[in-house]
Design a protein around this ligand. Structure first.
Ligand code: N2P
Length: 370
Protein backbone atom coordinates (compact mmCIF):
# COMPACT_ATOMS: atom_id res chain seq x y z
CA UNK A 1 0.00 0.00 0.00
CA UNK A 2 1.27 3.43 -0.93
CA UNK A 3 1.42 5.77 2.05
CA UNK A 4 0.77 9.36 1.18
CA UNK A 5 3.53 10.95 3.19
CA UNK A 6 6.33 8.69 2.04
CA UNK A 7 6.31 8.34 -1.70
CA UNK A 8 7.66 4.82 -1.29
CA UNK A 9 5.62 1.85 -0.27
CA UNK A 10 5.61 1.11 3.42
CA UNK A 11 6.55 -2.52 2.91
CA UNK A 12 9.58 -1.48 0.90
CA UNK A 13 10.50 1.03 3.58
CA UNK A 14 10.12 -1.64 6.24
CA UNK A 15 12.36 -3.98 4.32
CA UNK A 16 15.01 -1.29 4.14
CA UNK A 17 14.63 -0.55 7.86
CA UNK A 18 14.67 -4.25 8.69
CA UNK A 19 17.83 -4.84 6.74
CA UNK A 20 19.47 -1.88 8.42
CA UNK A 21 18.36 -3.17 11.80
CA UNK A 22 19.81 -6.63 11.28
CA UNK A 23 23.07 -5.31 9.93
CA UNK A 24 23.27 -2.79 12.75
CA UNK A 25 22.70 -5.23 15.54
CA UNK A 26 25.07 -7.84 14.15
CA UNK A 27 27.84 -5.33 13.88
CA UNK A 28 27.11 -3.90 17.28
CA UNK A 29 27.15 -7.29 18.96
CA UNK A 30 30.55 -8.01 17.48
CA UNK A 31 32.12 -4.73 18.32
CA UNK A 32 30.06 -3.48 21.26
CA UNK A 33 30.01 -0.17 19.45
CA UNK A 34 27.35 1.48 17.36
CA UNK A 35 28.01 1.06 13.67
CA UNK A 36 28.86 4.72 13.32
CA UNK A 37 32.57 4.36 13.94
CA UNK A 38 32.43 7.86 15.38
CA UNK A 39 35.99 9.02 15.43
CA UNK A 40 37.14 11.07 18.33
CA UNK A 41 33.84 12.53 19.44
CA UNK A 42 34.62 16.02 20.57
CA UNK A 43 31.84 16.32 23.13
CA UNK A 44 33.87 15.63 26.21
CA UNK A 45 37.09 17.36 25.31
CA UNK A 46 35.68 20.86 24.80
CA UNK A 47 35.89 21.97 21.15
CA UNK A 48 33.00 21.85 18.72
CA UNK A 49 31.41 18.48 18.11
CA UNK A 50 31.62 16.58 14.88
CA UNK A 51 28.48 16.89 12.78
CA UNK A 52 27.38 13.37 13.72
CA UNK A 53 24.73 11.73 15.85
CA UNK A 54 24.22 8.03 16.68
CA UNK A 55 20.55 7.26 17.32
CA UNK A 56 19.64 3.91 18.92
CA UNK A 57 15.90 3.36 18.61
CA UNK A 58 13.15 0.73 18.43
CA UNK A 59 12.73 -0.50 14.87
CA UNK A 60 10.20 1.25 12.70
CA UNK A 61 9.82 4.14 15.13
CA UNK A 62 10.57 7.27 13.04
CA UNK A 63 8.70 8.88 10.17
CA UNK A 64 10.38 8.81 6.80
CA UNK A 65 10.94 12.57 7.08
CA UNK A 66 12.25 12.59 10.68
CA UNK A 67 15.95 11.92 10.14
CA UNK A 68 16.37 13.69 6.75
CA UNK A 69 14.60 16.75 8.21
CA UNK A 70 17.07 16.93 11.09
CA UNK A 71 20.06 16.41 8.84
CA UNK A 72 18.90 19.17 6.53
CA UNK A 73 18.14 21.59 9.32
CA UNK A 74 21.39 21.09 11.24
CA UNK A 75 23.93 19.56 8.85
CA UNK A 76 24.37 16.77 11.42
CA UNK A 77 24.59 13.29 9.90
CA UNK A 78 22.56 10.66 11.77
CA UNK A 79 23.35 6.96 11.92
CA UNK A 80 20.73 4.59 13.27
CA UNK A 81 20.83 1.27 15.06
CA UNK A 82 17.78 -0.65 16.27
CA UNK A 83 16.74 -2.72 19.28
CA UNK A 84 13.58 -4.75 19.94
CA UNK A 85 13.15 -4.57 23.72
CA UNK A 86 14.16 -2.48 26.71
CA UNK A 87 16.17 -5.38 28.07
CA UNK A 88 18.14 -5.65 24.81
CA UNK A 89 18.85 -1.93 24.97
CA UNK A 90 20.08 -2.12 28.57
CA UNK A 91 22.16 -5.21 27.83
CA UNK A 92 23.84 -3.46 24.93
CA UNK A 93 24.75 -0.44 27.02
CA UNK A 94 25.95 -2.55 29.91
CA UNK A 95 28.07 -4.63 27.54
CA UNK A 96 30.01 -1.46 26.84
CA UNK A 97 28.35 0.15 23.81
CA UNK A 98 29.40 3.71 24.49
CA UNK A 99 28.97 5.65 21.28
CA UNK A 100 25.22 6.17 21.16
CA UNK A 101 24.03 9.75 21.57
CA UNK A 102 20.25 9.31 21.91
CA UNK A 103 18.37 6.20 23.09
CA UNK A 104 14.63 5.54 23.62
CA UNK A 105 13.91 3.50 26.78
CA UNK A 106 10.39 3.03 28.18
CA UNK A 107 9.27 4.35 31.56
CA UNK A 108 10.51 1.61 33.94
CA UNK A 109 13.74 1.28 31.99
CA UNK A 110 14.50 4.98 32.47
CA UNK A 111 14.33 4.34 36.23
CA UNK A 112 16.66 1.34 35.91
CA UNK A 113 19.08 3.32 33.77
CA UNK A 114 19.19 6.23 36.21
CA UNK A 115 19.88 3.81 39.05
CA UNK A 116 22.53 1.94 37.06
CA UNK A 117 24.20 5.18 36.03
CA UNK A 118 24.08 4.54 32.29
CA UNK A 119 22.36 7.80 31.26
CA UNK A 120 23.31 11.42 31.89
CA UNK A 121 21.36 14.47 32.94
CA UNK A 122 19.94 16.54 30.14
CA UNK A 123 20.16 20.32 30.03
CA UNK A 124 16.60 21.50 29.41
CA UNK A 125 17.80 25.06 28.76
CA UNK A 126 19.08 23.63 25.47
CA UNK A 127 15.66 22.11 24.70
CA UNK A 128 13.19 25.02 24.45
CA UNK A 129 10.61 22.76 22.80
CA UNK A 130 10.14 21.09 26.19
CA UNK A 131 7.31 23.62 26.46
CA UNK A 132 5.41 21.60 23.83
CA UNK A 133 5.18 18.49 26.04
CA UNK A 134 1.75 18.08 27.64
CA UNK A 135 1.78 18.40 31.43
CA UNK A 136 0.42 14.84 31.76
CA UNK A 137 3.66 13.57 30.23
CA UNK A 138 6.07 15.59 32.38
CA UNK A 139 7.15 14.69 35.90
CA UNK A 140 6.23 11.01 35.69
CA UNK A 141 7.29 8.75 38.54
CA UNK A 142 10.28 7.18 36.76
CA UNK A 143 11.97 10.59 36.42
CA UNK A 144 9.94 13.03 38.51
CA UNK A 145 11.82 16.17 37.49
CA UNK A 146 12.65 15.11 33.93
CA UNK A 147 16.31 15.39 34.77
CA UNK A 148 17.22 12.49 32.48
CA UNK A 149 14.40 12.05 30.00
CA UNK A 150 11.85 13.72 27.77
CA UNK A 151 8.98 11.75 26.24
CA UNK A 152 9.06 10.50 22.66
CA UNK A 153 5.77 8.66 22.03
CA UNK A 154 3.32 6.60 24.07
CA UNK A 155 0.87 3.79 23.49
CA UNK A 156 -0.72 0.63 24.83
CA UNK A 157 -0.06 -3.10 24.50
CA UNK A 158 -2.83 -5.48 23.50
CA UNK A 159 -4.03 -8.08 20.99
CA UNK A 160 -4.16 -7.60 17.23
CA UNK A 161 -6.37 -10.28 15.68
CA UNK A 162 -8.24 -11.37 12.60
CA UNK A 163 -11.86 -10.71 13.50
CA UNK A 164 -13.15 -12.16 10.29
CA UNK A 165 -11.48 -15.52 10.98
CA UNK A 166 -11.95 -15.84 14.73
CA UNK A 167 -15.05 -13.75 15.35
CA UNK A 168 -15.24 -11.08 18.01
CA UNK A 169 -13.05 -11.86 21.04
CA UNK A 170 -14.51 -11.70 24.53
CA UNK A 171 -12.08 -8.92 25.36
CA UNK A 172 -10.02 -10.82 27.96
CA UNK A 173 -6.46 -12.17 27.83
CA UNK A 174 -7.89 -15.72 27.76
CA UNK A 175 -7.93 -15.64 23.95
CA UNK A 176 -4.13 -15.89 23.93
CA UNK A 177 -4.43 -19.19 25.80
CA UNK A 178 -7.23 -20.66 23.67
CA UNK A 179 -6.16 -24.10 22.35
CA UNK A 180 -8.35 -23.66 19.26
CA UNK A 181 -5.77 -21.12 17.99
CA UNK A 182 -2.82 -23.46 18.51
CA UNK A 183 0.09 -22.46 16.30
CA UNK A 184 -1.72 -19.31 15.17
CA UNK A 185 -0.69 -16.99 17.99
CA UNK A 186 2.43 -15.00 18.90
CA UNK A 187 3.49 -13.23 22.07
CA UNK A 188 5.98 -10.38 22.42
CA UNK A 189 9.63 -11.17 23.06
CA UNK A 190 9.37 -8.73 25.94
CA UNK A 191 9.75 -10.21 29.44
CA UNK A 192 7.74 -7.60 31.34
CA UNK A 193 4.89 -7.43 28.81
CA UNK A 194 4.52 -11.17 28.30
CA UNK A 195 4.79 -12.11 31.97
CA UNK A 196 2.52 -9.11 32.49
CA UNK A 197 -0.12 -10.63 30.20
CA UNK A 198 -0.12 -13.79 32.35
CA UNK A 199 -0.36 -11.71 35.54
CA UNK A 200 -3.24 -9.68 34.09
CA UNK A 201 -5.01 -12.89 33.03
CA UNK A 202 -4.78 -14.08 36.64
CA UNK A 203 -6.13 -10.77 37.91
CA UNK A 204 -2.76 -9.60 39.30
CA UNK A 205 -0.69 -6.49 38.73
CA UNK A 206 2.00 -6.23 36.04
CA UNK A 207 4.21 -5.02 38.89
CA UNK A 208 3.68 -7.98 41.17
CA UNK A 209 6.58 -8.88 43.48
CA UNK A 210 4.64 -11.72 45.09
CA UNK A 211 6.55 -14.97 44.49
CA UNK A 212 3.39 -17.09 44.58
CA UNK A 213 1.75 -14.91 41.95
CA UNK A 214 4.90 -15.05 39.84
CA UNK A 215 4.95 -18.85 40.10
CA UNK A 216 1.32 -18.94 38.94
CA UNK A 217 2.16 -16.65 36.02
CA UNK A 218 5.08 -18.89 35.10
CA UNK A 219 2.77 -21.92 35.06
CA UNK A 220 0.31 -20.04 32.83
CA UNK A 221 3.09 -19.14 30.41
CA UNK A 222 4.32 -22.73 30.30
CA UNK A 223 0.78 -23.79 29.42
CA UNK A 224 0.67 -21.17 26.69
CA UNK A 225 4.09 -21.76 25.16
CA UNK A 226 3.22 -24.90 23.12
CA UNK A 227 0.24 -23.05 21.60
CA UNK A 228 2.42 -20.28 20.18
CA UNK A 229 4.15 -19.70 16.87
CA UNK A 230 6.79 -17.98 18.99
CA UNK A 231 7.92 -14.83 20.79
CA UNK A 232 8.64 -11.94 18.45
CA UNK A 233 9.26 -8.20 18.23
CA UNK A 234 6.03 -6.26 17.75
CA UNK A 235 7.15 -5.14 14.29
CA UNK A 236 7.46 -8.85 13.37
CA UNK A 237 4.06 -9.79 14.76
CA UNK A 238 2.30 -7.12 12.69
CA UNK A 239 3.01 -8.61 9.23
CA UNK A 240 2.29 -12.13 10.52
CA UNK A 241 -1.26 -11.10 11.44
CA UNK A 242 -1.63 -8.73 8.51
CA UNK A 243 -0.73 -11.43 5.99
CA UNK A 244 -2.86 -14.10 7.66
CA UNK A 245 0.12 -16.21 8.78
CA UNK A 246 -1.26 -16.14 12.31
CA UNK A 247 -4.62 -15.12 13.75
CA UNK A 248 -3.74 -13.38 17.01
CA UNK A 249 -0.70 -11.40 18.06
CA UNK A 250 0.44 -9.56 21.19
CA UNK A 251 1.56 -6.15 19.91
CA UNK A 252 2.22 -2.53 20.77
CA UNK A 253 -0.62 -0.28 19.65
CA UNK A 254 1.13 1.46 16.73
CA UNK A 255 1.71 -1.88 15.04
CA UNK A 256 -1.93 -2.76 15.61
CA UNK A 257 -3.22 0.51 14.15
CA UNK A 258 -0.96 0.27 11.11
CA UNK A 259 -2.24 -3.24 10.43
CA UNK A 260 -5.87 -2.17 10.97
CA UNK A 261 -5.49 0.65 8.51
CA UNK A 262 -4.34 -1.82 5.87
CA UNK A 263 -6.74 -4.68 6.48
CA UNK A 264 -10.35 -4.15 7.54
CA UNK A 265 -10.69 -7.73 8.79
CA UNK A 266 -8.40 -6.99 11.72
CA UNK A 267 -9.18 -5.54 15.12
CA UNK A 268 -7.21 -4.42 18.18
CA UNK A 269 -8.34 -5.10 21.71
CA UNK A 270 -6.93 -3.65 24.93
CA UNK A 271 -7.81 -6.66 27.09
CA UNK A 272 -9.69 -6.86 30.37
CA UNK A 273 -9.21 -6.65 33.21
CA UNK A 274 -5.98 -4.72 32.77
CA UNK A 275 -3.35 -3.97 30.14
CA UNK A 276 -0.24 -1.82 29.80
CA UNK A 277 0.11 1.85 28.93
CA UNK A 278 3.71 2.89 28.31
CA UNK A 279 5.68 6.02 27.53
CA UNK A 280 8.98 5.89 25.63
CA UNK A 281 11.59 8.56 26.28
CA UNK A 282 14.61 10.20 24.76
CA UNK A 283 17.73 9.90 26.92
CA UNK A 284 21.45 10.53 26.45
CA UNK A 285 23.73 7.67 27.54
CA UNK A 286 26.85 8.28 29.58
CA UNK A 287 29.78 8.31 27.21
CA UNK A 288 27.77 9.78 24.34
CA UNK A 289 30.21 11.17 21.79
CA UNK A 290 27.96 14.04 20.76
CA UNK A 291 25.90 15.30 23.70
CA UNK A 292 25.32 18.75 22.18
CA UNK A 293 23.97 17.20 19.00
CA UNK A 294 21.83 14.93 21.18
CA UNK A 295 20.21 17.97 22.80
CA UNK A 296 19.58 19.46 19.35
CA UNK A 297 18.00 16.22 18.21
CA UNK A 298 15.71 15.97 21.25
CA UNK A 299 14.65 19.58 20.73
CA UNK A 300 13.96 18.87 17.05
CA UNK A 301 11.78 15.83 17.87
CA UNK A 302 9.72 17.93 20.27
CA UNK A 303 8.86 20.44 17.54
CA UNK A 304 5.13 20.57 16.73
CA UNK A 305 5.43 19.60 13.06
CA UNK A 306 8.09 16.97 13.59
CA UNK A 307 6.12 15.43 16.47
CA UNK A 308 2.94 15.27 14.40
CA UNK A 309 4.69 13.73 11.40
CA UNK A 310 6.27 11.16 13.70
CA UNK A 311 2.95 9.93 15.09
CA UNK A 312 1.16 10.26 11.75
CA UNK A 313 3.67 7.78 10.42
CA UNK A 314 4.18 5.38 13.34
CA UNK A 315 0.54 5.44 14.51
CA UNK A 316 1.65 5.80 18.13
CA UNK A 317 0.30 8.57 20.36
CA UNK A 318 2.19 11.81 20.92
CA UNK A 319 3.00 13.45 24.26
CA UNK A 320 3.53 16.64 22.26
CA UNK A 321 0.55 18.89 22.90
CA UNK A 322 1.58 21.33 20.18
CA UNK A 323 1.52 18.42 17.70
CA UNK A 324 -1.95 17.21 18.68
CA UNK A 325 -3.96 19.48 16.34
CA UNK A 326 -1.85 18.19 13.45
CA UNK A 327 -2.51 14.50 14.12
CA UNK A 328 -4.30 12.99 11.13
CA UNK A 329 -8.07 12.70 11.50
CA UNK A 330 -8.01 9.14 10.18
CA UNK A 331 -5.68 8.16 12.97
CA UNK A 332 -7.78 9.81 15.67
CA UNK A 333 -10.82 7.93 14.33
CA UNK A 334 -9.23 4.50 14.82
CA UNK A 335 -11.03 2.83 17.74
CA UNK A 336 -8.70 2.75 20.73
CA UNK A 337 -6.29 5.42 19.47
CA UNK A 338 -7.84 8.03 21.73
CA UNK A 339 -8.34 6.29 25.05
CA UNK A 340 -11.71 6.68 26.72
CA UNK A 341 -11.52 7.44 30.46
CA UNK A 342 -12.84 3.97 31.39
CA UNK A 343 -10.10 2.26 29.37
CA UNK A 344 -7.44 4.67 30.64
CA UNK A 345 -8.23 3.97 34.26
CA UNK A 346 -7.75 0.21 33.91
CA UNK A 347 -4.30 0.52 32.33
CA UNK A 348 -1.13 -0.07 34.33
CA UNK A 349 2.32 1.42 33.83
CA UNK A 350 5.24 -1.01 34.18
CA UNK A 351 7.52 -0.05 37.09
CA UNK A 352 11.07 -0.90 38.04
CA UNK A 353 10.83 -3.82 40.48
CA UNK A 354 14.39 -3.69 41.78
CA UNK A 355 15.78 -7.10 42.70
CA UNK A 356 12.58 -8.88 41.54
CA UNK A 357 13.52 -7.99 37.94
CA UNK A 358 15.89 -10.97 38.06
CA UNK A 359 12.99 -13.30 38.82
CA UNK A 360 11.14 -11.98 35.75
CA UNK A 361 14.20 -12.55 33.58
CA UNK A 362 14.64 -16.09 34.90
CA UNK A 363 10.96 -16.91 34.35
CA UNK A 364 11.01 -15.60 30.79
CA UNK A 365 14.18 -17.49 29.92
CA UNK A 366 12.71 -20.70 31.30
CA UNK A 367 9.38 -20.23 29.57
CA UNK A 368 10.97 -19.59 26.18
CA UNK A 369 13.10 -22.71 26.41
CA UNK A 370 10.41 -24.95 27.98
C1 N2P B 1 8.10 0.74 18.05
C2 N2P B 1 8.05 0.08 19.35
C3 N2P B 1 7.28 0.82 20.37
C4 N2P B 1 7.89 0.75 21.68
N1 N2P B 1 8.27 -0.19 16.99
C5 N2P B 1 7.14 0.07 22.76
N2 N2P B 1 7.50 0.56 23.98
Amino acid sequence: MQRRDTGISRSRFLKMMGAAGVAGSTLSVLSCQPNTSATGGGGSGGGPEEKELAFYNWSDYVAKSTIPGFEEETGIKVTQDFFASNEDLLGKLQAGATGYDVIVPSDYMVAIMIKSDVIQKIDKSKIPNTKNVGSNYMGLSYDPNNEYSLPYQWGTTGILYNKKEVGELDGTWDAMWDPQFEGEMAMLADSRETIGAALYKLGYSVNSKDQDQLAEAEAELKKQQPLLRGYFASTEVRPLVLNGDILLGHVYSGDAFLALSENENLDYVIPQPQATRWTDNMCIPNGASHPDNAHKFINYILGADVGAKLSNYTYYNTPNEAALPKIAGALKDLPGYILSPDVFQRLEVIKDLGATTRDYERIFTEVKSA
